[in-house]
Design a protein around this ligand. Structure first.
Ligand code: PEP
Length: 249
């Protein structure tokens, strides 16, 4: 049985004060969550603050990106070892905003997943199609291409104990959520693609849904057999909403 994971992606939001308030609110309501692992992925500069606030709480934390390099002349980059110095367990990799605004390719994303995993972090490997691709009927083809870029280079073991976030780009930050049926269909496809290489890894893989998940739609999404939690953007910035989603796990 896969335990749901609900991870907040704060993106480029927050301040010292707002983060303290948000985390205090989440910690205060933690008793109401019985069946989910929780994590927050903060802007890098606030990770030490998040660590100080969450240490010992049972809530995990992580970053939103990682470098493929171990160290050196890579201005602005952050290495996996640096994330580990501040207790990160997770890192979001290949979010559609990075694929779009920073031109991250499938190959680079695959390299980041592998670097993070080798360092002992759990990458939250984001995949998903644009609206144009969905309307063009190539959703599965796009997801397969994104997954295969990883598996073909590093083997299916790159997804052992792994987390994939299926995030239809048209549902991110738009208020449009994939229906539970639409999401389940793609999640089942993703699991099948991985299970075709290793049924054990496919069975254990946690596949999160991301795209305008809220307390009001989380339960029916997570009730689907292949939806193992959520990657949450906007709703992760309010303790009550984030907890409401976590309670649905
Ligand atoms: C995200 O950015 O990963 C996301 C799912 O955002 P939102 O929940 O705001 O759609």
């Amino acid at each position: 049985m896969r335990k749901p994971l609900v991870a907040g992606n704060w993106k480029m939001n927050g301040s010292i004060d707002s983060i303290k308030t948000l985390l205090a609110g989440i910690k205060a309501g933690l008793d109401s969550v019985s069946n989910a692992d929780l994590a927050v992925c903060a802007p890098a500069i606030y990770i030490p603050l998040v660590q100080a606030e969450l240490d010992g709480s049972g809530i995990g934390w992580g970053a939103q990106d990682v470098s493929i390099h171990a160290s050196g002349a890579y201005t602005g980059e952050i290495a996996s070892s640096m994330l580990q110095d501040y207790g990160c367990q997770y890192v979001i990799v290949g979010h559609s905003e990075r694929r779009t605004y920073h031109k991250e390719s499938d190959e680079l994303v695959a390299d980041k997943v592998e670097v993070a995993r080798k360092a002992g972090l759990t990458p939250i490997f984001c995949i998903g199609e644009t609206l144009e691709q969905r309307e063009g009927g190539i959703t599965e083809q796009v997801c397969a291409r994104q997954i295969d870029a990883l598996i073909n280079k590093y083997g299916v073991e790159a997804l052992a104990d792994g987390v994939i976030a299926y995030e239809p780009v048209w549902a991110i930050g738009t208020g449009k959520t994939a229906s539970p049926e639409q999401a389940q269909e793609v999640h089942a496809f993703i699991r099948g693609r991985v299970a075709a290489k290793s049924s054990e890894i496919g069975d254990k893989l946690r596949i999160l849904y991301g795209g305008s998940m809220k307390p009001g739609n989380a339960a029916e999404l997570m009730a689907k057999p292949d939806i193992d939690g959520g990657l949450i953007g906007g709703a992760a910035l309010k303790a009550e909403d984030f907890l409401g989603i976590c309670q649905a796990g």
